[in-house]
Design a binder for this molecule. Structure first.
Ligand code: GLU
Length: 492
């Protein structure tokens, strides 16, 4: 059987990395099994609709290289792929359930239900509209035919009729069997008074009609699973396989990662920026490969030591059997480290096409750009680090105090005199290292000290990329000026 999976986001704002990880795992699962990946927009909750979300979603998935085989903007024979365009389908299916006696109309007003809810809360109980008490309410099970007909002229909802005193058993491929007493389940609303279906109903009907074989989604949907099973049963439909992915936890492991955590602690939680919410991995200088690789590791591992994968490796190695049950802790440092591996593996031409790189190198001499990137790319955790890494192009504004104090009694001036001699001579920069090494040996000056002196003179601090390559990039004249300036500084 052809494997068909779906990613079914609601257009309620930007895509959180939890949602994106769900999309990714669905995509990897489909690709690893030569199946189809479907994008379905679940937009039946009009109160939560946020303008621009759908476009954002498609852009974000596209940036990550997650391409739907079917979806609102892609052809497919199971459409429409936007739930708001499928109202007729839901109505037909609701009628079917009512005729089967598996669902019923309910006419209770919000106020009445609120009163019952408050009463129950007062007694420390959770209010349920279900098998134990539905007889007390205004619905098509308690009204006669004429009353029901009359009531249908006003507002109504349709509820699932859950049989009490039974057990619902349903399997999750990651978590095993889940068993719940139907006495604990609500007669869930399937059709709302605005004529639109609820998430539960539309989701099940669409999964069935779109011939979804595997439902892969976040753990937060696990409590809905028994209700979904009852809806499948009511139609006498076979169930797809279910896999609920572990939560993504805050860095301290306590609770689910949220947008607020990103805002508070300054790390990205969306793939790309959404309106004024500048919390995108892309804008923080991630390559999409880096972000996708990190996301894949949030709840999955390859079973080997290797952690660096591109999308095509991932489709090869991904297996739902290696998805963990427990929550996966978000670790921004690790995400950066993974991104660094991808940046250092990228060729310079590809890096130069990145907007951030283009902007940072805008003012740099064009012929130098490739050499600069080659020199520093291994050091970049994010592309934005490039700004800092190319500071060697400008004269140092000051010298790292601690390093100068350590150096000053060790004869830096003598070292610089020798460097100045070399820079004034015909020697190629590429040969200077060897020459200084031999000079140091003769003079009994440790080579490390020579390098520290030169580095402080050239970049003002002790860290940075290869020193002689920097000198070659800025040229002999500039190098000479910087050494002279540092010599003057040391003599003061
Ligand atoms: N519309 C739901 C969401 O926003 C889909 C849940 C599911 O995949 O069943 O995540």
């Amino acid at each position: 059987m052809n494997i068909r999976v779906r990613f079914a986001p609601s257009p309620t704002g930007p895509l959180h990395i939890g949602g994106l990880r769900t999309a990714l795992f669905n995509y990897l699962y489909a690709r690893s099994k030569k199946g189809s990946f479907i994008l379905r927009i679940e937009d039946t909750d009009q109160n939560r609709y946020v303008e621009g979300s759908e476009n954002y979603l498609i852009k974000a998935l596209n940036w990550c290289g997650i391409k739907p085989d079917e979806g609102p903007n892609t052809k497919g024979s199971f459409g429409p792929y936007r739930q708001s365009e499928r109202k007729k389908i839901y109505k037909e299916h609701i009628d079917k359930l009512i005729n089967l006696g598996a669902a019923y109309y309910a006419f209770d007003s919000e106020d009445q239900l609120k009163k019952y809810r408050q009463e129950d809360e007062k007694n420390g109980k959770t209010f349920l509209y279900g098998s134990q008490n539905r007889i007390k309410f205004r619905n098509s099970l308690t009204l006669n035919l004429a009353e029901t007909k009359k009531a249908l002229e006003g507002d109504y909802v349709v509820r699932l009729k859950v049989m009490g005193g039974a057990k619902v058993n349903v399997n999750d491929e990651i978590r095993g069997n889940i068993s719940v007493s139907t006495d604990l389940l609500d007669d869930k609303i399937l059709l709302k008074s605005d004529g639109l279906p609820t998430y539960h109903f539309a989701n099940v009907v669409d999964d069935k009609l779109m011939e979804i074989t595997d439902v892969i989604r976040g753990e937060e949907w696990l409590p809905s699973l028994p209700i979904h099973k009852l809806i499948y049963d009511a139609f006498n439909w076979n169930l797809p396989r279910f896999m609920h992915l572990p939560l993504i936890l805050k860095p301290n492991g306590k609770g689910k990662l949220s947008k607020r955590d990103g805002l508070k602690d300054g790390y990205p939680v969306f793939p790309i920026k959404f309106k004024e919410l500048n919390l995108g991995f892309k804008e923080r200088g991630f390559l999409s490969e880096g972000m996708v690789n990190y996301l894949a590791l949030l709840g999955w591992n390859s079973g080997t030591e290797n952690e660096i994968f591109n999308m095509s490796d991932l489709t090869k190695y991904f297996s739902i059997k290696k998805v963990q049950k427990g929550g996966a802790r978000f670790d921004y440092e690790k995400a950066c480290w993974i991104n660094q591996q991808h940046i250092s593996k990228s060729d310079v031409k590809t890096l130069m096409e990145q907007k951030i790189v283009k902007e940072i190198l805008e003012k740099v001499d064009e012929v130098k750009r490739i050499n600069i990137l080659n020199l520093v790319k291994n050091r970049l955790k994010t592309l934005n680090d490039l700004k800092n890494e190319i500071r060697f192009l400008d004269d140092p504004q000051d010298y790292d105090k601690k390093s100068v104090i350590k150096l000053i009694d060790k004869g830096p001036v003598k070292i610089m005199d020798q460097i100045i001699i070399l820079l004034n001579s015909d020697i190629e920069i590429a040969d200077m290292k060897q020459s200084l090494f031999e000079w140091g040996k003769n003079e009994k000056i440790p080579f490390g000290l020579i390098m520290q002196t030169l580095r402080l003179a050239i970049v003002g601090q002790l860290s940075g990329p290869d020193l002689f390559q920097i000198c070659a990039l800025i040229g002999k004249d500039v190098s000479l000026k910087r050494v002279q300036k540092f010599k003057t500084f040391c003599l003061k």
